[in-house]
Design a protein around this ligand. Structure first.
Ligand SMILES: CC(C)(COP(=O)(O)OP(=O)(O)OC[C@H]1O[C@@H](n2cnc3c(N)ncnc32)[C@H](O)[C@@H]1OP(=O)(O)O)[C@@H](O)C(=O)NCCC(=O)NCCS
Length: 158
């Protein structure tokens, strides 16, 4: 069976849309001070993705982490933001018991809102084609020739 192709997406932040769930948007240094959340993120990266080495390469450039918390206060959803000028979203991941409730959509929506507040021109991401509805619903459009290499030298396929 052919592996599912990756699509590359762009979003130009415009009018903020309200995220359906509360999301913390933290500088990476603040996130690192939250030991249990760091452990949870590493657990999810280890179990939900094939590439821990890629995660470590991406982490070096991460400026912000978006975090969703369960009712007990534990972190159950994450995404990472690389932010040289335009932003790149990496490693959107939600704890299995928290899926299907709009956590990923809230993380992405809040990140685009934060980009808008900071006048960031574009937000980019790469993801498998099966998640098109998730990202389209958050205002992302696949780049034409979506299976081609991305415009920037970012990591692909997560
Ligand atoms: C993919 C993932 C982040 C989705 O998290 P989630 O919180 O369950 O997603 P949401 O509840 O916010 O769903 C938002 C939309 O995406 C759709 N969606 C969510 N997961 C999906 C999946 N695996 N396949 C197809 N569509 C999916 C939902 O149907 C929903 O669409 P709707 O608004 O039309 O109902 C989560 O399943 C996960 O962590 N998976 C493992 C890691 C991964 O694959 N990350 C993606 C890397 S880009």
């Amino acid at each position: 069976m052919q592996p599912e192709p990756d699509l590359h997406y762009l979003c130009r932040p415009t009018e903020p849309r309200e995220a359906a769930l509360p999301v913390e948007f933290l500088p990476a240094t603040d996130f690192l001070a939250d030991e249990p959340a760091c452990r949870q993120l590493w657990e999810l990266v280890s179990t939900q993705f094939r590439t821990r080495s890629k995660f470590l390469a991406v982490w070096a450039g991460v400026r912000y982490v978006a975090v969703h918390r369960a009712a007990d206060g534990s972190a159950d959803g994450f995404l990472l933001v690389n932010a040289p000028v335009n932003w790149q979203i990496d490693y959107v991941v939600v704890r299995p018991d928290a899926r299907g409730k709009g956590v990923a959509a809230a993380l992405v929506t809040e990140t685009v809102n934060q980009a808008h507040r900071r006048a960031v021109p574009y937000v980019m991401l790469t993801s498998r084609a099966g998640l098109k509805n998730l990202y389209a619903g958050c205002g992302f459009t696949p780049v034409a020739g979506g299976a081609d290499p991305p415009l920037t030298a970012g990591p692909a396929g997560h």
